[in-house]
Design a protein around this ligand. Sequence first.
Ligand code: 6PG
Length: 471
Amino acid sequence: MLTDQYDFGMIGLGTMGRNLLLNMADHGVRGAGYDKDGDKGRLLEQEANGTAVKGFSDLQAFLDSLKQPRAIMMLVPAGKIVDEVIAELQPLLSKGDILIDGGNSYFKDTERRVAALEPQGLHFFGMGISGGEEGARRGPSMMPGGDKEAYRVMQPILEAIAAKVDHEPCVTYIGPGAAGHFVKMVHNGIEYGLMQLIAETYAFMKQGLGMDNEAIGNVFGEWNRGRLQSFLLEITASIFSYREKGADHLLLDDIRDEARAKGTGKWTSQIAMDLEAPIPTIDIAVSMRDLSKYKSLREQLSASFANAGRPAGDNREAQLAQLEQAFFGSMVMAYTQGLHLLAKGSDAFGYELDLAAIARIWRGGCIIRSAFLQDIYAAFTKDAQLPLLLADTAVAAQVTEAVPGWRKILGEAIASGLAMPAYAASLSYLDSISSAHMPTNLIQAQRDYFGAHTYEKVGSEGVFHTQWSQG
Ligand code: 6PG
């Protein structure tokens, strides 16, 4: 039997697991894969085409084949299965071994697992991996959190397989405990926000400006060559040219308008509420996916409220330029809110997050990679204590320049009955966070009126209560 042969172990040989092992093989890392289903291991070896990758369907043989301390990644569906795999492995592992959960697990589950394995001297890592199947094969962005010393064991392997931007790997040690899964969750929250913004942009062009699919695809493609360059715009442009074999129309037009979700966006909104970090662009993106599922109710109500999607203006060229500004501003708000949540979570959970480093590793490999992440990286490199991305003068200047077009587009959308809730939430977020005076004094007065909840007074110390009703 082979002993101590392999540098890295993978449990779960679906496409992601196999692709990561093949990526490792490209970089001279000897990987062993385990899957109960022996066919998956055989497929892996076929795909590896003679490179040093081995598939196992016997767990003990797989574990024996790994160098010690072992570094083993699980790529299995989040939830119960992760606990089942851990329970099976725990008695077979040795002190110092590293177990990495590379899935989208809920960060509080990861926190619990780290604590449960620690007494045995096992290092449990929650590692967000972004980039999908292609990223896994060619270079993902990875967000590992756990024991800092243990990270050094796998650091060279992760740096070798990560995406590179300016020769820098898109991976870094994120922080202790579940920091890695927390950061990946927020990455996905931003992803939800950006996807919703792109979907609303599509609606504005299609219904508001009456553009056909080809013209819409061209705009997305053009934006992707400018300051808005991003992976999500790139794939969107390509969706707008995809036809199934023999079809006379886009596949997109055959897809039902009901969005599914696996939970990371919802978790982002839930924890943001707990931490009192306002992230309305992301919240609305989660809500709109949920709303989209009420298809038959929407159909029923559309008969009574026939107000959606009338043309919005008639100056296409000028409006497209304004739409680009509106998208830019809204996109910046999605990142701003996500990074703010990262900072709040870092304080609350002791993750000591380095926002500049996170922006740096998001520049390549991941789903939310974009040209603008370079600006975010620059902003937090200049000032690690920046209270909000918008407090950076260079970012503020770019957003300020986008505001007039942004207001114009939203005004037209609202007047035409076109729903652009993520654009609207983003602009209202900006208008509120940049406002020295909010109408919340009235909310305090109301709370005190009906519930004697007290209020603070401008220019006075202490709390006050008033007997408001004079009758
Ligand atoms: C990534 C993606 C990936 C996955 C999402 C999809 O970073 O590579 O975010 O993790 O595709 O979980 O999430 P929903 O199914 O919730 O849209």
